[in-house]
Structures are given as C-alpha cells and as structure tokens.
Design a protein around this ligand. Sequence first.
Ligand code: UT7
Length: 323
Amino acid sequence: MTIRAVVRGVGHYLPERVVPNSEFEKTIETSDEWIRTRSGIERRHFAAEGENTSDLATRAAEAALADAGMTADDIDAIILATSTADLTFPSAATMVQARLGMTRGFAFDVQAVCAGFVFALANANALILSGQARRVMVIGAETFSRLMDWTDRGTCVLFGDGAGALVLEAQEGAGTTADRGILATDLHSDGRHRDILYVDGGTSTGTTGHLRMEGKEVFRHAIEKLAETAHSALDRAGLTGADVDWIVPHQANIRIIEGTAKRMQVPMDRVVVTVQDHGNTSAASIPLALSVGKARGQIKTGDLIVTEAIGGGLAWGAVVLRW
Ligand code: UT7
C-alpha cells in the first residue's frame, strides 16, 4: 500500500482592484507595450487598504474547502506559503486558522519567496506520508504591492496580489505513476545568490523594506534551473516530458515560461498561463494558476501536472502530481 497526497479541492481569491499597465504610464517612464513584450503582463490585482495577506488567504482557503466539500475542522494542518505575512509574528497561517474557525490541528508559514508554494506542497506531502496529518490545506498568498518601490520601474510593474489554496488528503494508491496525488518533489536553494533578489528591510533595519532585483540575472538563473528541476522531479517519478498534460509554472514572465516549456519539449498549448492577468504573485502564482486552470476546463481529474518555481534565495523546485 502506498499513501499519496491527493488534491481534493482548489480555490483562489483575487482582490477587487485591477490595475492595467496603462496606470503606470502616469507615474513612471514606462509603457504598456514595454511591460507586455518584456514580461507578458497586462494587468494585476492590488489589495485594498487594510486588506492583508491573511484576508486573501482565508478567502482562497474557504473556496478550496467548499470545492472539497469539507469544513475547517476536517483539516489537520494549514501550511501557508508567503513572504508578506501581515505581521512579523504570529504566522499568517494561524490567523487563517482562527478566521476559518478551525479549533484543532496546527498551522505554520513557509517562506521560500516565489518558490514558496512548491516548498509548502513538498512539506504537506511529507506530513501526509509520515502520518502526521491526513488532510492538509496548502495556501500561497501574497500582497507584494506592499513591498514595491513605486519609483523603480524595473520591479514595480511586475508584481501583483492574490491567493490560491489546495486541500490535500491521504489516499491509498497502487504505487504506480497512474496514482492520483503527489508523485515526486525536487527542492533546491543556493544562498550565495541573495543579492540578486531580496527585500531591503526586516528586523535588521526596523522597516518592511522594498523589493530589489537584478532582473536579468534572475532571468538567467530561471531559464537554466526551472527546466532542470522539472526534469529531476519527473525523473524521480519515473516519467518524462512526454507524459506531461500541463506545466503549471510560476508566473513571473511569459518569456521564462516559454523558455522552460521549450527546454522541456512541451508545447505551449499544454502550459497554464495566467501571468497576463495576475502579474507575478510570488508564492500565490501556482495555486492561482491551478485554480484558474481547473475553472477554465484545462485541468481535469487524472491529468499529469508539473509545477516549477524559482525566487529569492535563490530557492527553486518542482512538484509532479496527478490531479
Ligand atoms: O518571481 C521571482 C523571479 N523573478 C523573475 O523571474 C524576474 C526575472 N526577470 C525578468 O523577468 C526580466 O529580466 C525583466 C522583465 C525584469 C526585465 O526584462 P529584461 O529584458 O531583462 O530588461 P532589462 O532589465 O535588461 O532592461 C532593458 C531596458 C533597460 O534600459 P536600457 O538600460 O537598455 O536603456 C531598462 O532600464 O528596459 C528598461 N526598463 C524599462 N523600460 C520601460 C526596465 N524596466 C522598464 C519599464 N518600462 N518598466
């Protein structure tokens, strides 16, 4: 008997305010054309004043619970991937736990920036396979608009706010690649690259700080590392690019998404793309894309999915799962 962490529900939440590229033309030297052609982004959502990461996460979690036909007390653990928790502590995950009315189990945040959801999924899988939890809510939620330097055109046009959530449940599988659930994970980090993507605030400065990025350098690492980690995860599962129904990548830049798909020899009509509507929502981008991909009718039960992401750290990784 093989235990698998199987997706039982999915949901997402996007703040009401939609900001088109043209809005930035009023305040900085940029153009809709530059943003579209260099990143693929057309619009993004920004959270309202007073609307925080735990609020977005709670709405996404409620949607995932409804999709799973479960209530909060059916869940044993919440793992929330975020780099923009409401407060330094307590974790945003415990705030979500309280807001959902969940009075049992445990909740904690995972911080691996844009790769956060992949790290959270791998941790949820480990909790389920080790028998520490049967049902885990895995959330990616961010308010990156709070980290922007609005005078830095190289970063402020790229990011957005949002949240997505999955409910995973322990189910028996046959131990083959035909099983539903998580089939393999592959995680990496290399702290030597901290200076190409970071936030210049925290306890060391007493400020929240602003996101700083050497975009070209991050781009170069992304193109190289994402296909590599996706291949490693597929390899571990005993599968190849030809078995993939959907790549559900981190949504940072359409050129990175296309470059990675090309290296994996997967055509773009098998890639879920949401970057045009959401921008880069960091740890929220993959669960948002999974939820939107299902709602669009792209992702169906039994489909083989590869998710991959890279972000500050650098931290990167991939998860192979059968929906
Ligand atoms: O999720 C975490 C991981 N993050 C990423 O994956 C982001 C990775 N990087 C990227 O997506 C791309 O590098 C960017 C979209 C950030 C930038 O694209 P690029 O093709 O690498 O452009 P660049 O940074 O080399 O900039 C090219 C030019 C520069 O002008 P000069 O020096 O050639 O005169 C920039 O100053 O474009 C200029 N530029 C802009 N122009 C208009 C930079 N930002 C803007 C802007 N509007 N918003």
